[in-house]
Design a protein around this ligand. Structure first.
Ligand code: ZN
Length: 403
């Protein structure tokens, strides 16, 4: 029996990873970023992120990497543990750069990222290239972490979209499925109203529930919510839920904020590589930033997020999204204040599902006294829901007629 126990113990120890390496120093100096470790690591990769412009360096086979923020040669440097096995260093760029080289030292104990000045267009290409990887020399490389071994983590990981939300409405698969996404949630309150402190995350959830009830009552659609509690979901998982449910339409609900308290009215956004105006660009940059905590991007697990390049196969989806956006702007006008030229474009990450027509509905301004009073009232929420519901019904009726 004792022999058996000893055998099991030794097997357990064999499964534990070797003492993981730590980052000892990060230096940003003329034309390069150099990262030093105290032991072997498994590999590294680098990729660009926009809104704001950043470069991220992921190092695999590392644990306990708390980095103090510092100003380097290219901008602000920060970083931390991305998951149990990966450290992420984020460089907030003060000017566009491109990566001209990525290599480990012969002893595997440092990584050099060569950086060159670039034009904005070259940085956009850098984003489009996605992730670039490098491995330490064979003999100076840590073994990758065994699969299935779990350790506790310092940061929340993107919530698995494996648990799909409940579908409301008549149980008829022929009915179109609409996924409503209440913006923000959990630690991310979104915009906060200067009048009464209403938080965007609560307003969006209340409106989303009103939309659900309105659509279910119409009998013309099935509905799912990406969240129905005060929880945080990374942007990528929000549209992943719509894709997994094979949704016919995705509507992300938000409420805007502006320095100018007079700014008011709703806007409907659809995806594009370039924003239709500077305000739209700024808004998308702000909304895309919600996945970032202390400089660590919780969402960018794939290269997909770092790129704003849109695939050709996505064009048809984008046309359908635009048609719906125009419909929604028209129908909402009957029920609430809507901006002139209410359909606008910007590169919102949450709208990136390649195969689900998607819009982001900014329902009004929490910084405008009249808008906020309307959006937090149940009468106002019902009005918003009626506008969305009638746009959804017209949209699918048109699609049916075209078949
Ligand atoms: Zn928002």
């Amino acid at each position: 029996m004792a022999a058996m126990a000893a055998l099991i113990l030794s097997l357990l120890f064999a499964m534990l990873p070797a003492q993981a390496s730590r980052i000892t120093e990060v230096r940003a100096e003329d034309g390069r970023l150099v990262v030093h470790f105290d032991d072997k690591v498994a590999g590294a990769s680098v990729f660009g992120l926009d809104g704001p412009d950043r470069l991220a360096v992921d190092i695999d086979g590392i644990s306990a990497s708390d980095l103090a923020e510092s100003d380097g040669a290219f901008g602000r440097l920060r970083g931390g543990q991305f998951d149990a096995d990966t450290a992420r260093i984020v460089l907030d760029l003060d000017r566009p750069l491109r990566v001209s080289g990525l290599r480990f030292a012969a002893d595997g104990l440092s990584l050099t990222v060569d950086l060159a000045s670039a034009s904005a267009a070259e940085f956009a290409r850098e984003l489009g290239r996605g992730r670039r990887s490098a491995l330490p020399p064979m003999l100076a490389r840590a073994a990758p972490r065994p699969a299935g071994y779990s350790v506790s983590m310092k940061l929340p990981r993107p919530r698995s979209s494996g648990n799909l939300p409940k579908i409301y409405g008549r149980d008829d698969p022929r009915l179109p499925l609409v996924v409503i996404d209440p913006g923000h949630g959990g630690h991310d309150p979104g915009a906060i109203s200067p009048f009464g402190g209403e938080r965007e995350k609560d307003v969006t959830l209340a409106i989303a529930k009103a939309v659900r009830d309105e659509l279910v009552a119409s009998g013309q659609a099935r509905v799912a919510l990406t969240r129905d509690t005060d929880s945080f979901i990374v942007l990528q998982n929000r549209y992943a839920i719509a894709r997994k449910l094979d949704a016919d339409l995705f509507i992300s609900i938000h409420a805007d904020s502006a320095e100018n308290e007079a700014a008011n009215g709703a806007t409907v956004y659809t995806l594009s590589e370039v924003g239709s105006d500077r305000e739209a660009q700024r808004l998308a940059a702000r909304e895309n930033k919600v996945d970032i905590i202390n400089g660590v991007n919780l969402g960018a697990a794939g290269d997909d997020l770092s790129s704003i390049l849109i695939d050709l196969t996505q064009r048809e989806t984008m046309n359908v999204s635009s048609d719906f956006a125009q419909l929604l702007a028209r129908e909402a006008k009957e029920n609430m204040r809507v901006k002139a030229n209410a359909h606008r474009f910007a590169s919102f990450v949450v709208l990136k599902a390649p195969d689900t027509p998607s819009v982001l509905f900014e329902t009004g301004y929490l910084t405008n006294a009249e808008d906020v009073a309307f959006l937090v009232s149940s009468a106002g929420q019902r009005k918003v829901a009626e506008g969305i519901s009638s746009a959804v019904q017209v949209h699918f009726a048109k699609k049916l007629a075209m078949r």
